[in-house]
Design a protein around this ligand. Sequence first.
Ligand code: APR
Length: 311
Amino acid sequence: MARKKITVVGAGHVGATAALWLATKELGDVVLLDIVEGVPQGKSLDLMETAPIEDFDSNVKGTNDYKDTAGSDVVIITAGIPRKPGMSRSDLINTNVGILKTVVEGIVKHSPNAIILVVTNPLDVMVYAAWKFSGLPANRIMGLSGALDGSRMRSFIAMELGVSMEDVHAMVIGGHADEMVPLKRYATVSGVPITQLLSPEKIDAIMARTKKAGGEIVGLLKTGSAYYAPSAAVSEMAEAILKDKKRVIPCAAYCDGQYGVKGIFIGVPAMLGSNGVEKILEIELDSDEKKEFMGSVAAIKGLIEELKIGG
Ligand code: APR
């Protein structure tokens, strides 16, 4: 079987760490691309020098040239700039949208059949912009949200109960922002609802911490944002696609009427396989969950209106 090819755009914290996960799991050969000369080359060489120790045979190549990305099966986009002092949210969005335009055009030109996973924040609006720039069918583009937010919620539940992380499942839908919707009714420990294992106060605290989990890390790091869990989560999505696993992983997927939402990308439970988002699962939401989800929809629509590419 021919090796798969995975491109990671942005060789910063998230991108380089994703390259490490992808290579160690031997999901394919990895191309790491960045606008800065030397950085993707240096990090890739460092990763190749890791291979004999970790026993992987994925090739990792660093580049500044989109030609090297040709024929990629999956492309992970982490390129972007963080918010700088004095920069408005709208400035940040439009700067990152500008970066995304260059990136997506470069990618699609050389890999018209790729499936694109967007990591750059603000996530839901960046996926939307990437889709607009790509001209690809919406099932081929998605964004990292629930895989990360759900993993954070799972870790908080497991730490609270002192049980294995492996046995805890949790689903977070909605926008990848403060308006995300952790679904306590669907969180379980080996199938047992957490509502039978934790007090309502503890569950509320875990849900609140999940919503602010990205900010909690930023607050601790002072410079920069989380990258181990984000890169692991997007690699998990890439694996589901590359191996056609049909895994159900919530992510920012294009809704065309599902959950009463049309024309935007938002976190929903999605079945991921070789065709990208192959199906959106419409699960039952109670009235509070629906209300919160629609709050996310409104927030995302508001951000899309700020886009200079037009809604
Ligand atoms: N083309 C390619 N790479 C670019 C471009 C561009 N036009 N513009 C910026 N980059 C690169 C930067 O050179 C840098 O190496 O994107 C990389 C971003 O890396 P970091 O600054 O380390 O950011 P990181 O922590 O990896 O986060 C990346 O993921 O989780 C999100 O909010 C986070 O949007 C951010 C993204």
